[in-house]
Design a protein around this ligand. Structure first.
Ligand code: 3HC
Length: 702
């Protein structure tokens, strides 16, 4: 971390550096203020250029300082911008690369801005549930206009500087060295004798500002139901029509409220959680990933096809292997249909469709996998089938090729043992539809080599997946937890609820879909098949029987036109089913249960705490490395409400003491034996700690 000053032709060039994103933490703010004062005190200096070290200007304020005293400790960001704005000598910002949030706000305090045409600029604060709080909502409209500023601030999207070259945001947009250009510009303007402009002195011009703001407010309110930040952004930008200092007060108030909002805390948790998930504690930067230039996929069904599309989309050639020509043809036709649907929507050109299809090589021969650096099998979930597939893979795969199973429930170590190279084997658990869902569980076997893990994490980034590492266990992180959730949903039916009530309650809590609608979409027979295996493997595990009865009635879900709900052909709208209701009520009678009214609160608590409790077990077993990994699984793969940031963070917000107390209450009710609290939950609740404060105990070395 450093702030350095050099001199060029009487211009001081202040460079600040705080890798990786030149965040404007306290040390940088101090260094910059001191450097500015020193340059102003130096008679040999007539103007000041500020630029970022490395390839980025700044990612903005240091988010890690938020809600800590350091954020406001002098000089805070406002103080630094005020010092730049009040500088007796003119200041030009040389925007050398990405300039976000507080970085862009700093530049708006200066007299001049020169940017590299490719530098991305933006105010992404809304994405972490706040608004630009260092003058961005007031100064940006003054230079790019009300509409562009509002769009940028409400969406948080960044824009290449070249696109804004004609606005007053930039005095010059260049292709070459931005510091040279800034020095030259500043010398010119000094020679011209000033006065040197200030953004705050400009006015926001708009023909019908009031109508535009009213229209924007309506649209934003409709699109941001669970998030207060976008509307606050509109309020603050609207205030830019007022005198500058009045607008700044509105911005300040909005910023303070939002910074303490649960939604912003949740979004920041997700921001850091997503980045943390990409790291594996015992695998450092010294572990070199293997090259992945060619991929093999076995199985051209829905899963194999979707997996293949991920790689093809990233420009990586795929050999797709099947056992029968018909299955191969069907798989390829489905992939082509998917791409053509994207082309119809204007997301791909016809030429791109053909380019992608050309990256796919269909084959009926395992020998075609010989050149693949990564081979993923997506065949039937059965050990005997997997064994035969892995033996065939082993016979053809080149040394060093990574061998992956896409199993969602089977033991990856047992599968690895089918080969003589278990160090090259891991699980890559894609979620269906694999070309759409962001989540990828990377399953680390007992013998998986470190560079294989590093390769999988790097590869996930390339194919734009959110990768989370899981240890080996039945269901890994996501499905092992969802099983507890589904069981609770079934028990609630036994006690008095109906599917539509449970779904409504969970959807009101914020889930994209309640458990029964989800079951109908995914196919209820999938869970049924897993349960049948469990009845043999874990005879002690109690399941609600209604899921099995449903399947015995042939109600597999949308694909059979009926599941927990009835469906009209060609329409996915769920209609409550009299047949299902009768089955549920008969089942309660058979169990000798007098059905009772169940509150939505109980439904939500039981389903969410079932996730939390199993999550706690995964943490203490070291299957998940950190609580935020579990949250990221649920945010990116299971439709958990983003503004609640996942089952572990949610429990932390409720307070683990309260969660435990609620669970103990449910333990006294129907199927109370399912509420045995995880020892880690008891331990943390007793110590007044949260899951996110818990650092996993070291796992037995792999
Ligand atoms: N504060 C603190 N840490 C930050 C940060 C920030 N503003 N931005 C990024 N980081 C950290 C990340 O957590 C990560 O840390 P890690 O290596 O320990 O995991 C590291 O920097 C690298 O981040 P990425 O992996 O995201 O790197 P990329 O190169 O993919 O992306 C980026 C860089 C585009 C700058 C991206 O990190 C980003 O979008 N950052 C957030 C930008 C943002 O929200 N800025 C607004 C801040 S709020 C503000 O300025 C308030 C003001 O209005 C008052």
């Amino acid at each position: 971390m450093a702030v350095t000053t050099t001199s060029r032709d009487g211009i001081a060039v202040i460079t600040f550096e705080n890798p990786p994103v030149n965040g404007m933490g306290l040390a940088i703010r101090r260094g910059m203020t001191d450097a500015l004062a020193a340059a102003n005190a130096d008679d040999a200096i007539s103007g000041i250029v500020i630029t970022g070290g490395g390839t980025i200007f700044s990612g903005g304020a240091d988010i890690k300082e938020f809600n800590t005293p350091r954020a406001e400790q002098a000089p805070n960001l406002h103080d630094v911008i005020a010092a730049v704005e009040a500088s007796p000598k003119p200041v030009c910002i040389a925007i050398n690369g990405t300039t976000l949030g507080g970085g862009l706000e700093l530049s708006l305090g200066a007299n001049y801005r020169v940017a590299n045409a490719k530098a991305e600029v933006g105010l992404p604060e809304v994405k972490i549930g706040i608004l630009p709080g260092a003058g961005g909502t007031q100064r940006l409209p003054r230079v790019v206009g009300l509409e562009t500023a509002l769009n940028m601030i409400v969406s948080g999207a960044s824009v290449p500087a070249g696109k804004l070259a004609r606005t007053a945001l930039f005095d010059a947009v260049v292709e070459g060295d931005v510091v040279d250009a800034a020095v030259a510009l500043l010398k010119d303007r000094i020679a011209a004798g000033g006065p040197h402009p200030r953004v705050r002195d400009r006015k926001v011009e708009h023909d019908d500002a009031e109508a535009f703001i009213a229209w924007a407010r309506m649209g934003v309110a409709a699109a941001s139901k669970h998030f207060p930040a976008p509307l606050r952004c509109v309020d603050a930008v609207a205030a830019s029509l007022k005198p500058f200092d009045v607008g700044m007060t509105v911005e300040r108030e909005g910023f303070t409220v939002l910074l303490n909002s649960p939604e912003s805390k949740a979004l920041r948790h997700a921001f850091f959680g997503e980045r943390a998930a990409g790291k594996i504690d015992d695998i450092g930067a010294d572990v070199v990933p293997r090259a992945i230039d060619r991929v093999g996929v076995i199985g051209a069904g829905t899963m194999g096809g979707g997996i293949s599309m991920n790689f093809v989309n990233a420009g990586i050639p795929v050999v797709l292997v099947e056992t029968a020509q018909e299955a191969l043809d069907r798989g390829l036709a489905t992939i082509r249909r998917n791409y053509e649907a994207s082309a119809k929507k204007g997301k791909l050109t016809e030429a791109q469709v053909e380019q992608r299809m050309a990256l796919l090589t269909p084959s009926l021969d395992y020998a075609a996998l010989g050149e693949a650096d990564l081979i993923i099998e997506a065949v039937y979930e059965d050990y005997a089938v997997k064994q035969s597939v892995f033996e065939k893979i082993e016979a053809v795969a080149k040394p060093g090729a990574i061998l992956a199973t896409n199993t969602s429930t089977l033991d990856v170590d047992r599968i690895a043992a089918f080969t003589k190279r278990p160090q090259d084997v891991l699980g890559l658990h894609f979620f269906s539809p694999a070309n759409v869902m962001r989540l990828l569980e990377v399953v680390r076997g007992a013998q998986t080599a470190k560079d294989v893990m590093a390769t999988a994490m790097a590869m996930a980034k390339r194919i734009r997946k959110t990768a989370v590492v899981s240890g080996v266990c039945d269901g890994f992180i996501g499905n092992r937890m969802i099983e507890q959730y589904s069981r609770q949903a079934g028990f609630l039916l036994e006690e008095g609820a109906l599917p539509q009530q449970v779904d409504r309650a969970m959807e009101a809590f914020g889930f994209a879909m309640g458990p029964f609608r989800m079951g109908d979409l995914a196919g209820n027979d999938i869970g049924w098949a897993i349960r049948k295996r469990r009845y043999v493997e874990q005879p002690g595990m109690v399941y609600p029987k209604n899921g099995d009865l449903l399947c015995e009635m042939g109600r597999y879900g949308q694909k059979t036109g009926k599941g927990w709900y009835d469906y009209v052909p060609g329409d996915r709208t769920p209609h409550p089913s009299a047949e299902v209701e009768a089955m549920i009520i008969a089942q309660s009678q058979e169990l000798g249960i007098t059905r009772r009214a169940i509150s939505d609160q109980e439904i939500v608590e039981r389903l969410v705490y079932a996730l939390t409790n199993e999550g706690a077990r995964l943490l203490e077993e070291g299957i998940a490395a950190r609580a935020s990994d579990i949250d990221i699984v649920y945010l990116s793969g299971y439709g958990f409400p983003v503004w609640r940031a996942g089952p572990m963070f949610h429990a932390d917000q409720v307070g683990l003491y309260n969660v435990l107390a609620a669970m103990r209450g449910y333990a006294r009710g129907h199927r109370g034996e399912c509420w045995e609290p995880a020892p880690l939950l008891v331990e943390l609740a007793g110590a007044g700690l949260s899951f996110n404060q818990y650092t996993a105990r070291p796992r037995a070395a792999a």
